[in-house]
Design a protein around this ligand. Structure first.
Ligand code: PEP
Ligand code: MN
Length: 331
């Protein structure tokens, strides 16, 4: 249940009740809001006089639910994304920051195409401890430099709680990866910033669990959350993962958060990325995340799936034409 208290009401005596309800108190637009488990179906007597309005919720998808809020708009770079808007953020860059030369080439590509957001990981969550783990702090410094030199916004990921503050300080948009989305320490820290947070769905995560991860950030006080579908594990082994477009449709219909699709990590092979990216754009999602690399075959992570800059230029032309036909703006 989501309970909006009357403005200016004295809630100082409510701590015991909040605790006994297992509710979370959050301030939204200067209103004090209590979010109690969805199993609570009737307003407690003690709250009747203090409550402005309340919402009985079906499940613990609460603050993110379309039945609570029709659609949140989130400022990304200089444009907003949201369900009622026809904007799609095309987010691109290499899987990892590898060197100054490489990331400068990526930043220049973003600028050349009139895009706004450069994406690259510096703390990489790898499946093997023996593969490249990212440049860490040095990579964040390079990304900071790219923002200063090229005026691009930076999205980069948090791998674990050891560097969450560092990433939050540098990033314009914080990415919480598919493996990190269960880390409540990271999610709670992301709830304490106002920067947009893009949460990637774990490959074995149900939609309910995925959106509940977003609830940790929302109930922490940060309403700027984006949901990114990046492929789930199915019985199929020919492709790396399976892009769950049904799931994306469900998220669009049932949540109020912008939906971003990542065809690169889903298929895992560059041959399929353009087709999937166009399908994603045709769905009318709020964001696309596509990995590119100046020399894809030499990439230090996710080499098989990254598009060359030339391949991306071609895809971008098609995306632009499709967006025009759909009356969507790309930025
Ligand atoms: C990435 O975005 O480069 C990445 C590691 O993705 P995921 O967390 O979806 O595996
Ligand atoms: Mn990657």
């Amino acid at each position: 249940m989501i309970i909006h208290l009357k403005r200016g009401v004295d809630e100082s005596g409510l701590n015991d009740l909040i605790q006994s309800l297992h509710a979370v108190k959050v301030t939204i637009n200067e209103e004090v809001v209590l979010v109690a488990p969805a199993s609570l179906k009737a307003l407690p007597d003690e709250l009747e006089k203090l409550t402005d309005r309340y919402y009985v919720m079906e499940s613990d998808i609460q603050l993110a639910s379309a039945s609570y809020h029709p659609g949140r708009n989130i400022l990304m770079a200089d444009s907003e994304v949201g369900r009622g808007l026809s904007n799609t953020a095309v987010i691109t860059g290499p899987c990892s920051v590898e060197s100054k030369k490489q990331i400068v080439a990526s930043a220049k590509l973003v600028k050349e195409l009139g895009l706004s957001i450069l994406r690259a990981g510096s703390y990489k969550p790898r499946t093997s401890p023996y593969s490249f783990q990212g440049l860490g702090k040095k990579g964040l410094e390079l990304l900071d430099e790219m923002r200063a030199t090229y005026g691009v916004k930076i999205i980069t990921e948090v791998r674990d709680a050891t560097h969450v503050d560092e990433v939050i300080a540098v990033a314009d948009i914080i990415q919480v990866g598919a493996k990190a989305m269960y880390d409540h320490g990271i999610l709670r820290k992301c709830g304490k910033t106002t920067k947009p947070v893009l949460i990637k769905r774990g490959f074995g995560t149900t939609l309910q669990e995925f959106v509940q991860a977003a609830e940790f950030v929302l109930s922490g006080g940060n309403s700027n959350v984006l949901l990114c579908e990046r492929g789930i594990r199915t019985f199929e082994t020919k492709t790396r993962f399976t892009l769950d477009l049904c799931g994306a449709a469900w998220l669009k219909a049932n949540t109020n958060l912008p939906v971003v699709l990542d065809p690169s990590h889903a298929i895992g092979f560059r041959y399929g990325v353009p087709d999937l990216a166009l399908a994603c754009m045709a769905m009318g999602v709020e964001g696309l995340l596509i990995e590119v690399h100046p020399r894809p075959d030499h990439a230090m992570s996710d080499a098989a799936q990254q598009l060359s800059h030339e391949q991306f230029r071609q895809l971008f032309l098609q995306l632009t034409n499709l967006a025009k036909a759909l009356n969507r703006n790309i930025f």
